[in-house]
Write a protein that binds this ligand. Structure first.
Ligand SMILES: [Zn+2]
Ligand SMILES: [Zn+2]
Length: 381
């Protein structure tokens, strides 16, 4: 949030102040804090502050926007340049002339404020824009078995790298580059802009040398002065155990080249659905059927598993009820953050019991016999 002071407070006027009162207040403060007269080190900042306050409060449209939105909302709508646009400081030229500026506003080169330079923090950005290469994206498909163990994949990536002949400098090795005439090697040029009563200096990258500060006499013969070379590379990507479908693995520096660092390569993980097992986080689910005799008498069944030999024996105890879920401890997947040797999730096996629809004559007789034998149990139905 902005920590700017209230404009009315800066000028020391009431919210209801008339245009005339605002003008008087500004005149008085401008006399006091004009940097040519006031040598206190904060005078310049104060002068800027009161001038900005005046630029807003002397313009009825800006003033009402400020009253309505406050600093935060106002600053979203108006840039520093907007604030000073059309603001009239001309009538204070007389005051400033008293301090030896001479001349007046808008009279050719005889500018009363031309000796006032302000470096605006953040406004005219004085730092060069960082040039980081673009990120790249690729996709790979892996199986659930690979998720369990972790795996590696060789992938091919087309990107660019700094030219290995000129090391990205764009100049032919052995030739000298000269300091850029325009920016004298700083890579920056300064532009003066008027903001109300102030001349603001802001910096921009030199357009003659693209901010590099030097002129290249002879371009590199391999990259023709681009500084980069297209490259087709194979690289091995390690896919950690426990990775989830839809995750993006980042391979640092494998994106496109940039002077201030290459971008990254993102590897999108697509986990192929397993034919029999369903995944839920670290657990896997398996659903199977047994016949009702096995449910009554108990049995052993083979169930597919995600690791080991790919199957395991599960004991179904006598009297297993339909839709019972058995938990096979540790037969699930590792957690990606805890690593492949961490405690794994479980495999949950749901047992459905099949009731036959058609019986042979013999089977029917046997079941009738069974019913007589255990009349009490089945009698309740
Ligand atoms: Zn080169
Ligand atoms: Zn330059």
């Amino acid at each position: 949030m902005t920590s700017k002071r209230d404009y009315y407070e800066i000028l020391g006027v009431a919210k209801s102040a008339s245009a005339d009162e605002i003008k008087k207040a500004y005149r008085k403060l401008a006399l006091e804090f004009h940097p040519d007269r006031n040598k206190n080190k904060d005078a310049e900042a104060r002068f800027k502050e009161i001038s900005e306050a005046y630029a807003v409060l002397s313009d009825s449209e800006k003033r009402s926007a400020y009253d309505q939105y406050g600093h935060a909302g106002f600053d979203q709508r108006y840039s520093q340049e907007d604030i000073f646009r059309n603001a009239n400081f001309e009538e204070f030229a007389d005051v400033l002339r008293n301090f030896g500026f001479g001349g007046g506003f808008g009279r050719g080169g005889n500018d009363p404020f031309s000796s006032m330079f302000f470096d605006f923090g953040g406004q005219g950005r004085s730092r060069k824009r960082r040039e980081v290469g673009e990120n790249l994206q690729t996709e790979i498909q892996i199986t659930l078995e690979e998720v369990a163990k972790g795996t590696t994949r060789e992938i091919e990536v087309s990107h660019n790298n700094a030219c290995d002949r000129c090391k990205g400098s764009r100049a032919e090795p052995g030739t000298n580059s000269t300091t850029c005439d325009k920016c004298k090697g700083s890579g920056m040029v300064y532009v003066n802009r008027r903001l109300g009563p102030m001349i603001v200096r802001s910096a921009a990258a030199c357009n003659s040398c693209y901010g590099e500060g030097r002129s290249i006499k002879q371009f590199c013969s391999r990259c023709n002065g681009r500084g980069t070379i297209e490259k087709h590379e194979k690289l091995e990507v390690t896919i950690p155990a426990g990775v989830e479908d839809g995750m993006n693995l980042r391979v640092r520096g494998m994106g496109r080249y940039g002077k201030d660092g290459s971008g990254d390569l993102y590897v999108y993980i697509n986990v192929k659905p397993h034919a029999q097992l369903k995944r839920d986080g670290e657990d896997v689910y398996f659903e199977t059927k047994i016949n009702f005799i096995d449910a009554i008498l108990g049995t052993k069944i083979d169930v597919p598993t995600i690791s080991g030999s790919g199957k395991a024996e599960l004991k179904i105890p006598a009297g297993t009820q339909p839709e019972t879920v058995f938990r096979m401890k540790g037969e699930g997947l590792p957690n990606i953050e805890r690593g492949r040797n961490s405690e794994r999730g479980d495999e949950l096996v749901k047992i459905n019991v099949v009731i036959p629809k058609n019986l042979s004559r013999k089977q029917r007789e046997l079941l009738e016999e069974f019913k007589k034998e255990d009349g009490k149990l089945f009698g309740v139905f």
